[in-house]
Every structure is written in C-alpha cells, then in structure tokens.
Design a protein around this ligand. Structure first.
Ligand code: MLT
Length: 309
C-alpha cells in the first residue's frame, strides 16, 4: 500500500498569479520599491506578481480594500508608515486597523525623508528655506500624496517645528507630485528618498537636506538637517508587505522567505541602495519584527497627529 500525503499549503502555494496592491500612483516610492522586490519574488515563487495601483485618501482606500480581500495569499499590499500607522490618529473612522486586520509579512525598505523644492524656488539652502517659508507661509504650497501619506505627515512635522501652516496640494502619490515639482507647478515637498534621487541627480529639482542623522551614500552632497541647521526635523519612513488577517502562517512564511531572498539578491540590493533606501537588517525582516514596528509607530504618531476632519 502506498500512502498518499496531501502536499501542505506551503508546498503548493502559489498556484496562480498574486496581486500586490500599491496604495499610490505608479512611479512613486511605494510603487518603485514594490516593483523591485516583487519582480525577484515572482522568480522565487514561480508565479507572476501583478502590481495594482489603487489610489485615493492618502493610501487608505487601497488599504481598506486589501483588509477586506480574501485571506488566501493572492492579494497582498505594500503598506507604509502612513497607511499602517499615521492613518490611525488622522482618520478616526478608518475602516481598518493596521494591527487587527493584517498579517505582517516583512519590512521591505527604510526610506529617509528629504526636503525638496522646485528648481527655481528662491531659497538657496535650508536656512534660507526656513526664513522664506516662514515669511511667505500664506503664499507657498507643499505637495503631498494625500492626508496620512508619508509626504503629508513628514511635512506636517516640519511645519509644526516651523510653526507655519502653508497650503497643501494633494496628489494620488508622490510620483505625480514629483512631476508637478519638476514642472515648477508646486513649491516644495517632503518626500521619500527613492523618488528623489534620480531627479536630484538630473538637476531637475533641489534638495535642501535629508532628515536623518547621517548623509545618504546615494546623495553624498545633500547635507543632513543637523548640518544644515534644523536638527529637530528627523524623519525616516518605511515600506512593508502585509496580507489580510487570517492568511495562513505557511503562506506568510513562504512570502517572508521570498522577500528575504529578494533583499539578499545583489541586483535587488544594488537597485534599492542606488535609490537611497535602507535595506532592513536580518533581525528586522521577520513578521514579528514588523508587527512590533507597526505597534511602535502607531504609538509614536498617535499623540503627534490630530484627526484631519
Ligand atoms: C507617500 O507620500 O506616502 C508616498 O510617497 C506615496 C507614494 O508612494 O507615491
């Protein structure tokens, strides 16, 4: 007699293509990081991973959709510091809870924040920027990717330090916001580095400072906010993969292993580093580490951010 053993879920998964929801427009940091990592994961998993950009409400529209998707491992989302932390205090009626409605899969990248401006924005450096936006707070505007997005929350932090309330100009992601900055249609933006490096290097926008303690190797000439005279403005975001709550531990383990393999791949690593991302250390790549990060980030942002409506 021969015994037939049903293959475990982890051995069979995935048997068809996976959808990765990106809660912002194509060409922004969330989209770019998702594409770099999932293109390698697709090779590991032997199935295609289709990126679906679902925009609106600072990423919360897409995140609500992902929370309600079938928990079968075929719909995932790239969330971030905004969708899975800052949105909690900003949207009192948020239709999902980052901790209760998702299974953390893995952290994908850390993304330092930069203060960027259109090429012909008058201030030459950060000190001049601070003086200029304080003197012209009624006139200047800041582009962002919707209430609760990283770009919105980061500039809120900057504005609270400077004690100003300039007009915000929302876009469906900082991909389109960056296009507007390059075209000179908006004044400045607090954006994740991934979006900014190609434009800064091409000279199409200017960067006043990076809001991390150290300079970034991909932008060696951009001073830190500490060097440039605004040490209190420190901001680094993160992007991470989540599955709907109840997705089986075997599937989460397969996905986590595929993310780790991607992050260790030389080509993936090179691309992420070229764009200024911080590659998560091995200890930060587990689902448990991501769960802790989400918890800590919600606790960090909740007393700082007030409901938007
Ligand atoms: C954000 O501001 O949250 C992101 O930059 C949005 C995006 O990825 O476009």
């Amino acid at each position: 007699l021969c015994a037939f053993v049903a293959p475990s879920e982890a051995q069979t998964y995935p048997t068809r293509g996976i959808t990765m929801i990106v809660p912002f427009a194509a060409g922004g940091p969330t989209d770019v990081i998702s594409r770099i990592v999932t293109s390698h994961m697709a090779q590991t998993l032997g199935q295609s991973i289709i990126i679906e950009n679902v925009v609106g409400a600072g990423g919360t529209t897409a995140t609500t959709r992902a929370a309600r998707a079938a928990n079968d491992g075929y719909t995932l989302i790239t969330g971030h510091m905004g969708t899975h932390a800052a949105s909690v205090p900003l949207y009192p009626k948020l239709a999902y809870h980052p901790e209760k409605d998702f299974e953390p899969v893995a952290l994908l990248a850390g993304t330092p924040i930069l203060i960027l401006a259109r090429k012909d924005f008058p201030p030459k450096d950060l000190k001049e920027f601070v003086a200029y936006v304080k003197a012209n707070a009624e006139k200047v505007n800041a582009a962002h990717a919707g209430v609760g997005s990283v770009s919105h929350v980061s500039c809120e932090l900057l504005h609270s330090i400077l004690d100003i309330k300039p007009v915000g100009v929302p876009f469906n992601g900082t991909g389109p916001a960056m296009n507007a900055l390059v075209a000179g249609q908006v004044d400045y933006m607090c954006d994740q580095i991934v979006n900014a490096v190609p434009q800064i290097n091409a000279g199409t926008i200017k960067a006043y400072a990076i809001a991390t303690p150290e300079r970034n190797p991909s932008l060696p000439n951009v001073p830190t906010t500490i060097e440039a005279g605004l040490p209190n403005f420190q901001a680094q975001a993160w992007n991470a993969m989540f599955a709907p709550k109840g997705t089986s531990p075997a599937i989460i383990a397969s996905l986590n292993a595929a993310v780790i393999k991607a992050l260790d791949d030389e080509t993936v690593k090179k691309r992420l580093l070229e764009l200024g991302s911080v590659i998560p250390a091995p200890k930060d790549r587990t689902p448990e580490a991501l769960a802790t990060l989400v918890k800590n980030e919600i606790a960090k942002w909740s007393p700082v951010l007030k409901p938007a409506t």
